[in-house]
Design a binder for this molecule. Structure first.
Ligand SMILES: *[C@@H]1O[C@H](CO)[C@@H](O)[C@H](O)[C@H]1NC(C)=O
Length: 446
């Protein structure tokens, strides 16, 4: 009888193979975390000296909170530094003639041509015949998925690093980010890196770009090669600063824009004047203006009115609940007694609580907001619903003599100021609304 052959030496049994794998994993995991296969993000770099203000998306106060009974109250404040992109929810904000501070200071635009231009047309000629036109989620719904963070200098962090360059208040930045995976192995590494560094299976690799909040100085305009150019917004044209050089080329592919793409910064010295339903210069004490807002400086929305419309919409898989963020308001209110009470307001005062040292803010309620199809775009994923809420708005909210067969929801506001020499005030979540004047609204078309 032969004895069983001795086991050969280098072979591993199952348990030691398992141990080996675990050891390798445990050894490499910290390496992957500390030296991830992705370049350091601009967000991480900014966080060394700056802090983001406000918050985003899912935890939106106005979406999750229940509306309360009581006097009309400010429930949420939102700014949209880049038109048509994601907004930022803030606790308080400065009110300036052109609306909430930092609201709609940038817009994307595409170069439109009135006639085809040949390959051999000299560049000069072709750009002269072309015209920049602003773009919105109606044409490019993926704009809704562009995340915008506002970073302001953090004095505490700055104090901790005495050797670093001093940070000043004008050093605020917008960080724009969008999901983007590069082709090939590098893309795969970044994909894995995003999940490891952000500790989430759902994390996606992103592309980032940085924009200054302050309007660039003449020197910067020259060195960075920005240009002052006309850009059409609805039926108006504003002369603004073309800062297309800051755009990563991937953005155009991501959004699906086939024309040339640019980003424009509104020039604070050349804001657009507002007439139509806005108070006149005599009434307001200054000439009402806007930045890249659609038509008026601010937009107010009543949360309960959104819920009322929501109850009337035919729901489906793609639209389960009408998210108030679809309407891109600046001031979201609730409370009040009579249905759609906000539509009877002509002038309001937003009153701070007794503990506040602030003066509050005053607004001329200029007209109703006539809706286009943009609320059909889902603010979370950019999906454009084929019908709703456009259909229900036209059906149930055709309420303005000046805008027949159109749906209206929300009100357009123009700020009023106590001291005409200091055109600024403050507004804060939780403040209550006192109605100073009531009346009827008739929309005036552009
Ligand atoms: C908001 O809308 C609801 C329902 O239409 C209404 O009862 C309430 O008075 C309104 N509140 C304000 C502040 O306009």
């Amino acid at each position: 009888m032969e004895s069983p052959a001795p086991r050969s030496g280098p072979m591993l049994d199952a348990s030691s193979a398992f141990l080996l794998v675990v050891t390798i994993f445990v050894f490499f995991l910290p390496l992957l975390i500390y030296f991830p296969p992705v370049p350091p993000s601009q967000r991480d770099a900014l966080l060394e000296t700056h802090a983001p203000i406000g918050r985003h998306g899912p935890r939106h106060e106005a979406r999750d909170g229940r509306s309360v009974k009581g006097p009309p109250t400010v429930r949420s404040l939102c700014i949209y530094p880049i038109k048509s992109c994601k907004g930022i929810e803030v606790r308080q904000s400065k009110v300036l003639p052109a609306g909430l501070e930092f609201d709609r200071i940038y817009t994307f635009a595409q170069l439109k041509s009135p006639f085809p231009v040949g390959v051999h047309t000299p560049d000069d000629d072709s750009t002269r015949a072309h015209k920049w036109e602003f773009i919105t989620q109606r044409q490019f719904p993926l704009l809704a998925t562009l995340q915008v963070d506002l970073f302001v200098p953090d004095t505490i962090k700055a104090r901790g690093r005495p050797s670093g360059p001093p940070v000043s208040d004008s050093d605020a930045f917008l960080l724009v980010s969008f999901p983007w995976q590069e082709p090939g192995l590098r893309g795969v590494l970044r994909w894995a890196g995003a999940k490891i560094t952000r500790w989430s299976w759902r994390a996606q690799p992103e592309k980032e770009m940085l924009l200054p909040v302050a309007f660039p100085s003449d020197g910067e305009i020259e060195t960075r090669g920005y240009a002052r150019e006309p850009v059409a917004i609805w039926k108006e044209t504003a002369t603004a600063l073309n800062m297309a050089r800051e755009l990563p080329p991937e953005l155009q592919l991501y959004l699906g824009v086939s024309n040339r793409l640019a980003i424009f910064r509104i020039d604070p010295a050349r804001l657009r004047r507002v007439y139509r339903c806005a108070p006149t210069m005599d009434e307001a004490g200054y000439q009402p203006v806007t930045g890249f807002q659609d038509a008026y400086p601010l937009h107010l929305l009543n949360l309960t009115s959104v819920r009322d419309l929501d109850a009337k919409i035919d729901k489906d898989e793609a639209l389960r609940v009408l998210d108030p963020r679809r309407f891109r308001a600046n001031i979201i209110v609730d409370g009040g007694e009579t249905p759609y009470e906000e539509e009877s307001w002509k002038k309001i005062r937003v009153v701070p609580g007794p503990a506040s040292t602030r003066q509050g803010s005053e607004f001329h309620v200029s007209c109703r907001t006539v809706r286009c199809k943009m609320p059909n775009v889902d603010p979370d994923n950019g999906y454009r619903h084929p019908r709703e809420p456009d259909k229900s708005l036209r059906e149930f909210r055709d309420v303005d003599e000046g805008a027949k067969r159109m749906g209206c929801l929300g009100m357009q506001l123009t700020p009023l100021f106590d001291e005409p020499e200091k055109l600024e005030s403050w507004i804060e979540v939780g403040e209550t609304i006192e109605v100073l004047e009531r009346g009827n609204h008739v929309y005036i078309k552009q």
